[in-house]
Every structure is written in structure tokens, then in C-alpha cells.
Write a protein that binds this ligand. Sequence first.
Ligand SMILES: Cc1cc2nc3c(=O)[nH]c(=O)nc-3n(C[C@H](O)[C@H](O)[C@H](O)COP(=O)(O)O)c2cc1C
Length: 199
Amino acid sequence: MKKILNLFALRHSFYNINKNCPIEPSEITDIIAKCMELYPSAFNSQSARLLILFGAEHSHLWNLVKDAVISVSPPEKHSGVADKIAGFANGCGTILFFTDTSVTDKLKAQFPLYADNFDNWAYQGNAILQFMIWSALAEQSIGANLQHYNPLIDEPVTKAFNIPSTWKLVAQMPFGGIGFVPQPHQVEKLTDKFIVYGL
Ligand SMILES: Cc1cc2nc3c(=O)[nH]c(=O)nc-3n(C[C@H](O)[C@H](O)[C@H](O)COP(=O)(O)O)c2cc1C
């Protein structure tokens, strides 16, 4: 198999994560910064923004998430919610992905013909960045998973971490040392999923 495919095969949704990260936080942020330089974006707009939390700040985030989810859940669900969120807090850090709407708003005004596409393209670029970081961390034996507690947590996150008003939260990626490696996801048969002509 090609090297890059081997790397893709290392990435999973790692839910069993812990505080034993095999590399230093500064190395993790270097990897993330490199992905930020390399990811492609529509019109090279580079509208993705990140908040990277370690240690107490990471714990603070998951406490906020827990409070927000519990505030909208029936009492019988509270302990399940707390357990699930404790699993994310068990990691050593979290990356929050945002898109900067000031960038897309400018593009919409500049290129009215494509105005309807820019939000969608910003999400697509953001997703590519998420995948690059998720895979690059897996290569370093750091397990990550992808969560979407937005928009429920938008307001508390903006307040707690002093986020610019134009940054819109897209996803949360807790990461940490790997407790266990999950089975690869089940792959549906590829029959009828792609068409190839001209071979
Ligand atoms: C766009 C997208 C949204 C996802 N949202 C969530 C989520 O909110 N919570 C979660 O636990 N996993 C989420 N996942 C993870 C998927 O459930 C997971 O990637 C899929 O089941 C395949 O498993 P794998 O990641 O181990 O290959 C998301 C994945 C993608 C690509």
C-alpha cells in the first residue's frame, strides 16, 4: 500500500484517550501549525481558525460542555452525559475548529457570482484541515476524535476563551495518548459507489 494510505489507515475515532501524550505540547502545536500552512482552501482564503487547549484550559472546556449539555438534558441522562464528556476530558488537549466569517463575508462581497458557495467552501476547507490534523496526530500515536457540541456551546466558549466575534465554531477534537486502538470502521461494499471510464 502507498505510504499515505498506510497513514490514513492509522486514523480512527479514538474515544479511549488519556493524558500520556507521547510528544510535547509544543511539538503538537508545531504539527498543527504545519497543517494550517498546507491545507487547501477555496480562493486560497485560509478562513480556518483554531483554539488549542491543554491542561487546565482543556479541562475547563469540557466542564463548560458538560454544564451546557446537562442544562438541556432530562435528569435521568445526566450521569451518562457526565461519563461521556469525562472521556473527552481524559485526553491531554482539545483543538477547536472555527471559520472566520469576516473572510467569507469579504469574499461574498468581492465575488457576488459565487456568494452562495463561500460558506460551504469554508466548511469543506475546514474539514480537510480537520482530517489532516487528525491523521498527522495519529502518525505520532496520538488518538483524536471529532465532536460537534456547537452551537450549544458557542456562547460559553466565546466568553471563556475570549474568541473574536467573527469566529464561528465548527468542531471540537479532543486528543490524547491512546488507551486502545479501535477496530477500523466497517466499510460498505464499494459496488456502485464510483464510476470509472476509459481504463
Ligand atoms: C463530518 C463528521 C462529523 C462527525 N461528528 C461526530 C460527532 O459529532 N461525534 C462523534 O463521536 N463522532 C463524529 N464523527 C466520527 C464518525 O462517527 C467516525 O469518523 C465514523 O464512524 C468512522 O469511524 P472512524 O473515524 O474510526 O474511521 C464525525 C465524523 C465526520 C467525518
